[in-house]
Design a binder for this molecule. Sequence first.
Ligand SMILES: Nc1ncnc2c1ncn2[C@@H]1O[C@H](COP(=O)(O)OP(=O)(O)OP(=O)(O)O)[C@@H](O)[C@H]1O
Length: 387
Amino acid sequence: MKIYYYWSEEKSESKYIELMLVLWAQAFFTFADAEGYDNCHLGFMLQLTGVRLRIVLFYKQQIRYCFPELNLRQGRCAMLVEVKNLVKRYQDVIAVDNVSFSIRKGEIVGLLGPNGAGKTTTVNAMVGLTKIDRGEIYIFGKKLKENEVEIKRDLGVVPQDIAIFEELTAYENLMYFGRLYGLRGTLLKERIEKALEFTGLLEKKKQYPKKFSNGMKRRLNIACAIVHQPSLMIMDEPTVGIDPQSRSYILQAVKELNRQGSTIIYISHYMEEVEEVCTRIIIMDHGRVIAAGTKEELKEMMTSEERVTAELSSASYTLIEKLNKLAGVKESYVEGTKVTVISAKNSKNIRDIFGLVSESAEVISFNVEQPSLETVFLTLTGRSLRN
Ligand SMILES: Nc1ncnc2c1ncn2[C@@H]1O[C@H](COP(=O)(O)OP(=O)(O)OP(=O)(O)O)[C@@H](O)[C@H]1O
Protein backbone atom coordinates (compact mmCIF):
# COMPACT_ATOMS: atom_id res chain seq x y z
CA MET A 1 0.00 0.00 0.00
CA LYS A 2 1.34 3.43 -0.94
CA ILE A 3 1.31 6.22 1.57
CA TYR A 4 1.13 9.85 0.64
CA TYR A 5 2.18 12.76 2.74
CA TYR A 6 1.29 16.33 2.14
CA TRP A 7 2.71 19.52 3.57
CA SER A 8 0.40 22.42 3.98
CA GLU A 9 1.50 25.46 2.04
CA GLU A 10 0.68 27.66 4.98
CA LYS A 11 3.84 29.26 6.31
CA SER A 12 5.52 27.23 8.97
CA GLU A 13 7.66 29.02 11.48
CA SER A 14 10.16 26.26 11.67
CA LYS A 15 11.31 24.43 8.55
CA TYR A 16 13.75 22.58 10.78
CA ILE A 17 10.99 21.01 12.87
CA GLU A 18 9.07 20.12 9.69
CA LEU A 19 12.14 18.31 8.40
CA MET A 20 12.57 16.43 11.66
CA LEU A 21 8.95 15.34 11.51
CA VAL A 22 9.38 14.01 7.97
CA LEU A 23 12.51 12.12 8.96
CA TRP A 24 10.68 10.68 11.93
CA ALA A 25 7.71 9.66 9.78
CA GLN A 26 9.95 8.15 7.11
CA ALA A 27 11.22 5.69 9.66
CA PHE A 28 7.73 4.21 9.86
CA PHE A 29 6.20 4.61 6.39
CA THR A 30 7.00 4.10 2.74
CA PHE A 31 6.16 7.27 0.84
CA ALA A 32 4.71 7.80 -2.56
CA ASP A 33 5.84 10.97 -4.27
CA ALA A 34 3.92 14.11 -3.41
CA GLU A 35 2.10 14.17 -6.75
CA GLY A 36 0.99 10.58 -6.45
CA TYR A 37 -1.93 10.80 -4.09
CA ASP A 38 -4.38 9.80 -6.79
CA ASN A 39 -3.18 6.21 -6.51
CA CYS A 40 -2.85 6.23 -2.76
CA HIS A 41 -5.41 4.75 -0.46
CA LEU A 42 -3.93 5.99 2.75
CA GLY A 43 -2.16 9.16 3.61
CA PHE A 44 -1.32 11.55 6.30
CA MET A 45 -0.59 15.21 6.45
CA LEU A 46 1.46 17.06 9.00
CA GLN A 47 1.13 20.75 9.35
CA LEU A 48 2.97 23.04 11.63
CA THR A 49 1.61 26.54 12.01
CA GLY A 50 3.44 28.44 14.69
CA VAL A 51 3.69 26.07 17.60
CA ARG A 52 0.67 24.07 16.59
CA LEU A 53 0.99 20.63 15.05
CA ARG A 54 -1.94 19.21 13.17
CA ILE A 55 -2.11 15.60 12.05
CA VAL A 56 -4.59 14.52 9.42
CA LEU A 57 -5.14 10.99 8.29
CA PHE A 58 -7.05 10.33 5.10
CA TYR A 59 -8.26 7.27 3.35
CA LYS A 60 -9.34 7.19 -0.30
CA GLN A 61 -8.81 10.95 -0.47
CA GLN A 62 -11.29 11.56 2.34
CA ILE A 63 -10.27 12.89 5.73
CA ARG A 64 -10.95 10.23 8.36
CA TYR A 65 -9.16 11.63 11.34
CA CYS A 66 -7.86 15.02 12.24
CA PHE A 67 -6.06 16.17 15.33
CA PRO A 68 -6.62 18.60 17.01
CA GLU A 69 -9.56 19.68 14.81
CA LEU A 70 -10.99 19.14 11.38
CA ASN A 71 -9.95 21.96 9.08
CA LEU A 72 -12.03 21.69 5.92
CA ARG A 73 -9.73 23.91 3.92
CA GLN A 74 -6.93 21.43 4.28
CA GLY A 75 -9.28 18.57 3.59
CA ARG A 76 -9.90 20.00 0.16
CA CYS A 77 -6.26 20.08 -0.82
CA ALA A 78 -6.49 16.75 -2.61
CA MET A 79 -9.18 18.27 -4.85
CA LEU A 80 -8.34 21.04 -7.27
CA VAL A 81 -11.96 22.11 -7.64
CA GLU A 82 -14.90 21.57 -5.37
CA VAL A 83 -18.36 22.89 -6.16
CA LYS A 84 -20.93 22.38 -3.42
CA ASN A 85 -24.71 22.78 -3.68
CA LEU A 86 -24.50 25.53 -6.29
CA VAL A 87 -27.76 27.30 -7.09
CA LYS A 88 -28.27 30.08 -9.65
CA ARG A 89 -31.62 31.55 -10.65
CA TYR A 90 -32.51 34.00 -13.41
CA GLN A 91 -35.93 35.30 -12.42
CA ASP A 92 -38.15 32.19 -12.81
CA VAL A 93 -35.48 30.01 -14.42
CA ILE A 94 -33.34 27.80 -12.16
CA ALA A 95 -30.24 27.67 -14.38
CA VAL A 96 -28.19 25.66 -11.85
CA ASP A 97 -30.08 23.55 -9.35
CA ASN A 98 -28.03 22.30 -6.40
CA VAL A 99 -24.99 21.18 -8.40
CA SER A 100 -22.06 19.53 -6.61
CA PHE A 101 -18.92 17.96 -8.04
CA SER A 102 -15.19 17.85 -7.47
CA ILE A 103 -12.19 17.62 -9.75
CA ARG A 104 -8.75 16.22 -8.99
CA LYS A 105 -5.45 17.52 -10.25
CA GLY A 106 -4.55 16.10 -13.65
CA GLU A 107 -8.07 15.26 -14.80
CA ILE A 108 -9.75 16.33 -18.04
CA VAL A 109 -13.35 16.55 -16.96
CA GLY A 110 -16.05 16.87 -19.58
CA LEU A 111 -19.12 18.89 -18.67
CA LEU A 112 -21.65 17.48 -21.07
CA GLY A 113 -25.24 18.46 -21.62
CA PRO A 114 -27.71 19.85 -24.16
CA ASN A 115 -28.32 23.57 -24.74
CA GLY A 116 -29.62 25.25 -21.62
CA ALA A 117 -28.43 22.48 -19.27
CA GLY A 118 -26.61 24.98 -17.05
CA LYS A 119 -23.00 24.26 -18.08
CA THR A 120 -21.96 27.83 -18.90
CA THR A 121 -23.69 29.23 -15.82
CA THR A 122 -21.80 26.71 -13.67
CA VAL A 123 -18.39 27.64 -15.07
CA ASN A 124 -19.22 31.35 -15.08
CA ALA A 125 -19.87 30.99 -11.37
CA MET A 126 -16.51 29.22 -11.02
CA VAL A 127 -14.64 32.12 -12.58
CA GLY A 128 -16.57 34.75 -10.64
CA LEU A 129 -18.56 36.02 -13.66
CA THR A 130 -21.93 35.06 -12.21
CA LYS A 131 -23.15 35.90 -8.75
CA ILE A 132 -24.51 32.72 -7.20
CA ASP A 133 -27.64 32.42 -5.06
CA ARG A 134 -26.38 29.55 -2.92
CA GLY A 135 -23.48 27.16 -2.57
CA GLU A 136 -19.72 27.20 -2.21
CA ILE A 137 -16.88 26.99 -4.68
CA TYR A 138 -13.32 26.02 -3.76
CA ILE A 139 -10.50 26.16 -6.28
CA PHE A 140 -6.92 25.14 -5.43
CA GLY A 141 -8.25 24.44 -1.91
CA LYS A 142 -9.28 28.08 -1.47
CA LYS A 143 -12.73 29.56 -1.21
CA LEU A 144 -13.48 31.49 -4.41
CA LYS A 145 -15.43 34.24 -2.69
CA GLU A 146 -12.51 35.25 -0.50
CA ASN A 147 -9.59 34.52 -2.84
CA GLU A 148 -10.89 35.45 -6.28
CA VAL A 149 -7.91 37.51 -7.43
CA GLU A 150 -5.36 34.96 -6.30
CA ILE A 151 -7.28 32.04 -7.84
CA LYS A 152 -7.79 33.81 -11.18
CA ARG A 153 -4.05 34.29 -11.58
CA ASP A 154 -3.66 30.55 -12.09
CA LEU A 155 -6.84 30.01 -14.09
CA GLY A 156 -7.16 30.00 -17.89
CA VAL A 157 -10.56 30.55 -19.46
CA VAL A 158 -11.48 29.90 -23.08
CA PRO A 159 -14.93 31.51 -23.35
CA GLN A 160 -17.69 30.21 -25.59
CA ASP A 161 -17.80 33.47 -27.54
CA ILE A 162 -14.44 34.28 -29.07
CA ALA A 163 -12.87 37.02 -26.95
CA ILE A 164 -10.01 38.51 -28.96
CA PHE A 165 -9.28 41.99 -30.33
CA GLU A 166 -9.69 42.07 -34.11
CA GLU A 167 -7.80 45.34 -34.37
CA LEU A 168 -4.70 43.93 -32.64
CA THR A 169 -2.35 41.42 -34.27
CA ALA A 170 -2.20 37.88 -32.90
CA TYR A 171 1.03 38.79 -31.09
CA GLU A 172 -0.47 41.99 -29.64
CA ASN A 173 -3.52 40.06 -28.42
CA LEU A 174 -1.26 37.73 -26.49
CA MET A 175 0.78 40.66 -25.21
CA TYR A 176 -2.45 42.16 -23.84
CA PHE A 177 -3.63 38.98 -22.11
CA GLY A 178 -0.12 38.13 -20.83
CA ARG A 179 0.13 41.57 -19.22
CA LEU A 180 -3.29 41.11 -17.61
CA TYR A 181 -1.82 38.09 -15.86
CA GLY A 182 1.18 40.06 -14.68
CA LEU A 183 3.75 38.81 -17.20
CA ARG A 184 6.39 41.30 -18.30
CA GLY A 185 9.65 41.55 -20.26
CA THR A 186 11.53 38.49 -21.53
CA LEU A 187 9.25 36.06 -19.71
CA LEU A 188 6.22 37.57 -21.45
CA LYS A 189 7.91 37.32 -24.87
CA GLU A 190 8.93 33.70 -24.25
CA ARG A 191 5.42 32.73 -23.15
CA ILE A 192 3.85 34.47 -26.17
CA GLU A 193 6.14 32.58 -28.57
CA LYS A 194 5.31 29.31 -26.78
CA ALA A 195 1.55 29.92 -26.85
CA LEU A 196 1.67 30.84 -30.55
CA GLU A 197 3.76 27.80 -31.38
CA PHE A 198 1.49 25.56 -29.34
CA THR A 199 -1.60 26.71 -31.21
CA GLY A 200 0.13 26.63 -34.62
CA LEU A 201 -0.10 30.40 -35.10
CA LEU A 202 3.57 31.38 -34.89
CA GLU A 203 3.74 32.22 -38.59
CA LYS A 204 0.61 34.34 -38.31
CA LYS A 205 1.77 36.37 -35.33
CA LYS A 206 1.88 39.67 -37.22
CA GLN A 207 -1.53 39.17 -38.83
CA TYR A 208 -4.84 40.64 -37.70
CA PRO A 209 -7.48 38.10 -36.58
CA LYS A 210 -10.15 39.71 -38.77
CA LYS A 211 -8.42 37.90 -41.66
CA PHE A 212 -8.38 34.59 -39.76
CA SER A 213 -10.70 31.65 -40.37
CA ASN A 214 -13.03 30.74 -37.50
CA GLY A 215 -10.73 27.84 -36.58
CA MET A 216 -7.71 30.16 -36.36
CA LYS A 217 -9.67 32.64 -34.23
CA ARG A 218 -10.62 29.79 -31.88
CA ARG A 219 -6.94 28.79 -31.67
CA LEU A 220 -5.95 32.39 -30.87
CA ASN A 221 -8.68 32.40 -28.21
CA ILE A 222 -6.97 29.36 -26.67
CA ALA A 223 -3.49 30.92 -26.98
CA CYS A 224 -4.73 33.96 -25.01
CA ALA A 225 -5.98 31.66 -22.25
CA ILE A 226 -2.76 29.63 -21.93
CA VAL A 227 -0.16 32.39 -22.22
CA HIS A 228 0.31 32.47 -18.43
CA GLN A 229 0.49 28.64 -18.26
CA PRO A 230 -2.41 28.16 -15.82
CA SER A 231 -2.84 25.09 -13.62
CA LEU A 232 -6.57 24.96 -14.34
CA MET A 233 -8.13 25.54 -17.76
CA ILE A 234 -11.83 25.99 -18.39
CA MET A 235 -12.76 25.58 -22.03
CA ASP A 236 -16.35 26.39 -22.98
CA GLU A 237 -17.24 24.77 -26.32
CA PRO A 238 -13.88 25.61 -27.93
CA THR A 239 -14.71 23.85 -31.20
CA VAL A 240 -18.06 25.39 -32.08
CA GLY A 241 -18.38 26.41 -35.73
CA ILE A 242 -14.98 25.30 -37.01
CA ASP A 243 -13.65 22.98 -39.72
CA PRO A 244 -12.73 19.34 -38.88
CA GLN A 245 -8.99 20.05 -39.24
CA SER A 246 -9.00 22.86 -36.67
CA ARG A 247 -11.23 20.77 -34.41
CA SER A 248 -8.76 17.90 -34.47
CA TYR A 249 -5.91 20.39 -33.82
CA ILE A 250 -7.72 21.77 -30.78
CA LEU A 251 -8.52 18.33 -29.38
CA GLN A 252 -4.85 17.33 -29.67
CA ALA A 253 -3.88 20.62 -27.98
CA VAL A 254 -6.25 19.87 -25.07
CA LYS A 255 -4.57 16.49 -24.54
CA GLU A 256 -1.10 18.02 -24.81
CA LEU A 257 -1.94 20.79 -22.31
CA ASN A 258 -3.06 18.10 -19.90
CA ARG A 259 0.15 16.11 -20.45
CA GLN A 260 2.06 19.29 -19.62
CA GLY A 261 0.30 19.49 -16.25
CA SER A 262 -2.95 21.46 -16.70
CA THR A 263 -6.17 20.18 -15.24
CA ILE A 264 -8.96 20.86 -17.73
CA ILE A 265 -12.70 21.35 -17.58
CA TYR A 266 -14.01 20.83 -21.09
CA ILE A 267 -17.57 21.90 -21.85
CA SER A 268 -19.26 20.53 -24.89
CA HIS A 269 -22.40 19.10 -26.34
CA TYR A 270 -20.38 17.01 -28.78
CA MET A 271 -20.40 13.50 -27.33
CA GLU A 272 -17.55 12.26 -29.52
CA GLU A 273 -15.22 15.08 -28.42
CA VAL A 274 -15.88 14.42 -24.77
CA GLU A 275 -15.34 10.69 -25.33
CA GLU A 276 -12.05 11.38 -27.08
CA VAL A 277 -10.39 13.80 -24.66
CA CYS A 278 -11.98 13.48 -21.23
CA THR A 279 -10.87 11.21 -18.42
CA ARG A 280 -14.16 11.74 -16.57
CA ILE A 281 -17.56 13.05 -17.57
CA ILE A 282 -20.20 14.99 -15.67
CA ILE A 283 -23.58 14.94 -17.42
CA MET A 284 -25.90 17.89 -16.75
CA ASP A 285 -29.50 18.39 -17.72
CA HIS A 286 -32.10 20.94 -16.56
CA GLY A 287 -29.53 22.55 -14.25
CA ARG A 288 -28.67 19.32 -12.43
CA VAL A 289 -25.88 16.76 -12.47
CA ILE A 290 -27.60 13.61 -13.57
CA ALA A 291 -24.59 11.29 -13.79
CA ALA A 292 -20.81 11.36 -13.41
CA GLY A 293 -17.99 8.92 -13.97
CA THR A 294 -15.51 7.66 -16.54
CA LYS A 295 -17.10 6.82 -19.87
CA GLU A 296 -16.71 3.12 -19.04
CA GLU A 297 -18.47 3.63 -15.69
CA LEU A 298 -21.30 5.57 -17.31
CA LYS A 299 -21.81 2.92 -19.96
CA GLU A 300 -21.62 0.16 -17.38
CA MET A 301 -24.20 1.97 -15.27
CA MET A 302 -26.66 2.12 -18.13
CA THR A 303 -26.22 -1.27 -19.70
CA SER A 304 -28.52 -4.04 -18.68
CA GLU A 305 -27.85 -6.27 -21.65
CA GLU A 306 -25.20 -7.23 -24.19
CA ARG A 307 -25.78 -7.43 -27.91
CA VAL A 308 -23.87 -9.50 -30.46
CA THR A 309 -24.46 -9.35 -34.22
CA ALA A 310 -23.04 -11.72 -36.81
CA GLU A 311 -23.21 -11.55 -40.61
CA LEU A 312 -23.16 -15.11 -41.96
CA SER A 313 -23.04 -16.76 -45.39
CA SER A 314 -26.46 -18.21 -44.48
CA ALA A 315 -28.57 -18.18 -41.30
CA SER A 316 -31.04 -20.82 -40.18
CA TYR A 317 -33.76 -21.06 -37.54
CA THR A 318 -32.00 -24.16 -36.17
CA LEU A 319 -29.11 -21.86 -35.25
CA ILE A 320 -31.53 -19.46 -33.50
CA GLU A 321 -32.99 -22.34 -31.48
CA LYS A 322 -29.50 -23.39 -30.37
CA LEU A 323 -28.53 -19.81 -29.52
CA ASN A 324 -31.68 -19.35 -27.44
CA LYS A 325 -30.70 -22.34 -25.28
CA LEU A 326 -27.31 -20.80 -24.34
CA ALA A 327 -26.89 -19.58 -20.77
CA GLY A 328 -27.68 -15.88 -20.41
CA VAL A 329 -29.34 -15.46 -23.83
CA LYS A 330 -32.59 -13.49 -23.59
CA GLU A 331 -33.47 -13.41 -27.24
CA SER A 332 -31.97 -14.07 -30.65
CA TYR A 333 -33.36 -13.44 -34.11
CA VAL A 334 -32.41 -13.53 -37.75
CA GLU A 335 -32.85 -10.86 -40.45
CA GLY A 336 -31.71 -12.15 -43.86
CA THR A 337 -28.20 -13.41 -43.18
CA LYS A 338 -27.71 -11.28 -40.04
CA VAL A 339 -28.11 -12.88 -36.62
CA THR A 340 -28.59 -10.82 -33.45
CA VAL A 341 -28.20 -12.23 -29.95
CA ILE A 342 -29.24 -10.31 -26.84
CA SER A 343 -27.90 -11.57 -23.51
CA ALA A 344 -28.11 -10.49 -19.91
CA LYS A 345 -25.25 -8.31 -18.67
CA ASN A 346 -22.02 -10.22 -17.80
CA SER A 347 -23.28 -13.47 -19.33
CA LYS A 348 -19.76 -14.35 -20.52
CA ASN A 349 -21.21 -16.38 -23.39
CA ILE A 350 -19.49 -14.65 -26.36
CA ARG A 351 -17.20 -17.62 -26.98
CA ASP A 352 -20.19 -20.02 -27.04
CA ILE A 353 -22.13 -17.73 -29.39
CA PHE A 354 -19.15 -17.53 -31.74
CA GLY A 355 -18.75 -21.33 -31.54
CA LEU A 356 -22.37 -21.92 -32.60
CA VAL A 357 -22.47 -19.37 -35.44
CA SER A 358 -19.13 -20.47 -36.88
CA GLU A 359 -20.23 -24.13 -36.80
CA SER A 360 -23.40 -23.30 -38.71
CA ALA A 361 -22.00 -21.16 -41.56
CA GLU A 362 -19.13 -18.98 -42.77
CA VAL A 363 -18.78 -15.92 -40.52
CA ILE A 364 -18.45 -12.71 -42.56
CA SER A 365 -18.45 -10.37 -39.56
CA PHE A 366 -18.90 -10.72 -35.79
CA ASN A 367 -19.51 -7.70 -33.55
CA VAL A 368 -19.94 -7.29 -29.84
CA GLU A 369 -21.82 -3.99 -29.68
CA GLN A 370 -20.75 -1.42 -27.12
CA PRO A 371 -23.29 1.08 -25.83
CA SER A 372 -22.40 4.64 -26.79
CA LEU A 373 -22.48 7.69 -24.54
CA GLU A 374 -25.35 8.84 -26.74
CA THR A 375 -27.32 5.79 -25.54
CA VAL A 376 -26.38 6.62 -21.96
CA PHE A 377 -27.63 10.16 -22.43
CA LEU A 378 -30.86 8.99 -24.06
CA THR A 379 -31.49 6.54 -21.23
CA LEU A 380 -30.89 9.19 -18.59
CA THR A 381 -32.81 12.07 -20.10
CA GLY A 382 -35.16 10.54 -22.62
CA ARG A 383 -33.85 12.89 -25.31
CA SER A 384 -30.92 13.17 -27.63
CA LEU A 385 -28.01 15.42 -26.74
CA ARG A 386 -28.42 17.78 -29.66
CA ASN A 387 -32.19 18.21 -29.61
N1 LIG B 1 -28.22 35.99 -18.38
C1 LIG B 1 -29.27 35.18 -18.37
N2 LIG B 1 -30.52 35.65 -18.15
C2 LIG B 1 -31.58 34.82 -18.10
N3 LIG B 1 -31.51 33.49 -18.28
C3 LIG B 1 -30.30 32.96 -18.51
C4 LIG B 1 -29.12 33.77 -18.57
N4 LIG B 1 -28.05 32.96 -18.81
C5 LIG B 1 -28.55 31.71 -18.90
N5 LIG B 1 -29.89 31.70 -18.73
C6 LIG B 1 -30.76 30.52 -18.73
O1 LIG B 1 -30.22 29.57 -17.82
C7 LIG B 1 -30.33 28.25 -18.35
C8 LIG B 1 -28.94 27.62 -18.41
O2 LIG B 1 -28.19 28.29 -19.42
P1 LIG B 1 -26.65 27.98 -19.71
O3 LIG B 1 -26.17 28.95 -20.73
O4 LIG B 1 -25.90 27.87 -18.45
O5 LIG B 1 -26.75 26.52 -20.35
P2 LIG B 1 -25.67 25.71 -21.20
O6 LIG B 1 -25.77 24.31 -20.77
O7 LIG B 1 -24.35 26.36 -21.09
O8 LIG B 1 -26.24 25.87 -22.67
P3 LIG B 1 -25.45 26.15 -24.05
O9 LIG B 1 -24.85 24.87 -24.46
O10 LIG B 1 -26.53 26.61 -24.96
O11 LIG B 1 -24.44 27.23 -23.77
C9 LIG B 1 -31.02 28.39 -19.69
O12 LIG B 1 -32.39 28.14 -19.50
C10 LIG B 1 -30.77 29.82 -20.08
O13 LIG B 1 -31.79 30.30 -20.91
